[in-house]
Design a protein. Sequence first.
Length: 155
Amino acid sequence: MDTHVKALGLANIIFGVCSFVLGLLALIVYGGPFAVYNSFMDYMALLIMGSVLFHVLIGIPCIIGGFYLRSFTEWSRSLVIVTSALNILNVPLGSILGCYGLWVLLTPETDPLFSAPPPDYRPKKAEPPATAAEKSERVVNPKATRATIVPSPRS
């Protein structure tokens, strides 16, 4: 399930960047929020302006949540659940991303990923090989290598 969580984080980052950039681009092209409102008819202007502001505002938590979701932080799960629920209103791509996000984050298999400490993906450093003198200094106790079975006092 961790691959789904990481894929969801990456998808949220990409969707958030595209949403934020395209929303800002629409604001810049039309000359600001009031110019967007004045460029269209009354009811259509309200819908378009609401959509542009929604994309700009939803892009920021998508980027932040997606970035921290990839490192399995606890609070990012809550943030992405909320943004996924809001993204369902973004038809069609946001709906797909929102449904996928809710499916991934609300399944019981993802609970241990966010409650446990994050796994350490750094490679372990290899110990340098021991020299012959170091090997001869190590004394192996033959009794210590064998396991002894101690009977239970209840038997």
